[in-house]
Design a protein around this ligand. Structure first.
Ligand code: DLL
Length: 443
């Protein structure tokens, strides 16, 4: 462990630490951010009224819309002179959001990433291939500073140009790989295509996140790359990557950095808390952030938490994999379906490549979902390179059956030739919504 005194704190000690830090944070936002002061005053609440962690529930939630409404600097709790870096969210719709860090915030973040890399099986001295995108996205620079903090040799390659990535892996001999799981798959596929001998692949662990992925995808990546793969979670509004990480010992839930973030899980409809072990929306309050503290931020991410001790010895709260975002959940003929559930099913079907996309279309007045999948090379060859072959037809039937039994709904499926779906270089685009009116382009 990188910081065992924090990672193994007893529940009572952790709660006491959290309460002290929460009170400091509430004072900070009350005194420095007009938005929070107004919200507290409207409810006649002063920071000192929150005397226990439970009493945090007296305060309202903060949403992405609040961030947008105060774009760009309206929620900063420090003057711009004290802010050393800005990052932005990668949202594809609406106004962007921007978040800020003081020097100290960057130091805390780097420490949390160092903890994360150690949890993943990394250590000082590792060559660390960082293929998360550099820029406003928090993945690249977040992992970068943390890996340096730990004492790794960072290869700041960013995303894209996959052949060059593979040459860099062959030449620099990294132990650690960091990127989105969908990009890791792209790298693995390209390695195979380029005929890279396994002796040229020195990778031992992968730190994959920034998008939902499944246990089945983990198995695929571990097998293809010969690594141990762990899940890392985070969001720019709270800090960036490193809010939580799986340990390589158990790979059983992501350890939340409780000393810096307070987690709640709520029912997204009623906004009431749900029990441990029950899926709900994650809500985070930052406990130590200076430039951009956030109170009860609704993430839109669906997961559950447990406080049972992990076999790795860490005592922190653990969250399950994120199933998906509330806004990625499809309701197909009344049944809730997350893309990650579709992924789990597809990856278990022989003959398919681990790539898929869901197109949302209008069927008359109704909305419909069309799932696009891809054959793998072996299956396509066995089918005589013919999508009309009986084997393909039988496979289509099988996909339909398996999806129906896993997701309880029939999903229209289109089988494509190998390599016909777009490959990801960052966050994979799983859902394409054709129902949204596209802008009129004039020439
Ligand atoms: O994606 C931060 C990050 C970078 C995390 C690198 C992990 C690795 P945003 O661009 O603000 O920040 O997007 C945050 O991505 O609310 C989730 O919906 C999703 N997400 C992040 N990590 C995971 C994960 C970064 N491990 C949004 N599993 C979050 C599922 C994830 N979804």
């Amino acid at each position: 462990m990188y910081k065992p005194e924090m990672e193994t704190l007893s529940t009572e000690q952790m709660k006491a630490l959290q309460l002290g830090r929460l009170q400091t944070t509430l004072n900070r936002v009350y005194n420095n951010v007009a938005f929070y002061k107004k919200r507290f005053d409207e409810r006649n609440i002063k920071p000192e009224h929150v005397r226990s962690l439970e009493e945090l529930a007296l305060l309202p939630f903060t949403t992405k819309q609040d961030l947008r409404d105060h774009y760009p600097y309206g929620l900063f709790a420090e003057p711009i002179e004290n802010i050393v870096r800005l990052h932005g969210s990668t949202g594809t719709s609406g106004k962007p959001t921007v978040v800020a860090y003081t020097k100290n915030d960057i130091a805390v973040w780097s420490e949390l990433i160092a903890r994360a890399i150690v949890a993943a099986g990394g250590k000082s001295g590792d060559v660390f291939h960082n293929a998360y995108g550099y820029g406003l996205f928090t993945g690249g620079l977040g992992l970068h500073f943390g890996a340096e903090e730990l004492g790794c040799t960072v290869v700041p390659i960013s995303g894209g140009n996959t052949e060059r990535q593979i040459l860099a892996i062959q030449d620099f001999k990294p132990r650690g790989l960091a990127c989105t799981p969908s990009y890791a798959l792209n790298i693995a596929e390209k390695m195979k295509e380029m005929g890279v001998p396994s002796s040229d692949n020195t990778l031992e662990y992968g730190i994959f996140g920034a998008e939902p992925w499944s246990e089945e995808m983990r198995e695929a990546l571990e097998g293809l790359l010969g690594i141990k793969a762990v899940d890392i979670y985070g969001l720019s509004e709270i800090m960036g990557p490193g809010v939580s990480i799986e340990c390589c010992e158990a790979q059983d839930g992501l350890h939340i950095a409780d000393d810096h973030f307070l987690v709640e899980v709520i029912d997204p409809d009623t906004m009431e808390p749900v029990d441990e072990g029950v899926d709900g929306e994650l809500v985070f309050t930052t406990l130590t952030k200076e430039a951009f503290p956030v109170i009860r931020y609704r993430t839109g991410d669906i997961a559950s938490i447990t406080r049972e001790k992990c076999k790795c010895g860490r005592t922190t709260t653990r969250m399950s994999r994120v199933k998906g975002r509330t806004d990625d959940m499809m309701i197909i003929r009344g049944v809730n379906v997350f893309p990650s559930e579709i992924e789990r099913t597809l990856l278990q079907i022989e003959g398919l490549a681990p790539h898929y996309q869901i197109h949302l279309v209008k069927n008359g007045v109704l909305d419909g979902a069309e799932l696009h999948v891809e054959l793998n090379d072996e299956f396509y060859k066995a089918a005589g390179y013919d999508l009309q072959d009986e084997k393909v037809h039988l496979l289509e039937e099988k996909i339909k059956r398996e999806l129906k039994s896993a997701c309880l709904v029939t999903i229209q499926t289109v089988v494509n030739k190998p390599k016909s779906l777009p490959r990801s270089e960052g966050k994979a685009v799983r859902i394409i919504d054709h129902r949204k009116p596209s802008p009129i382009t004039l020439t």
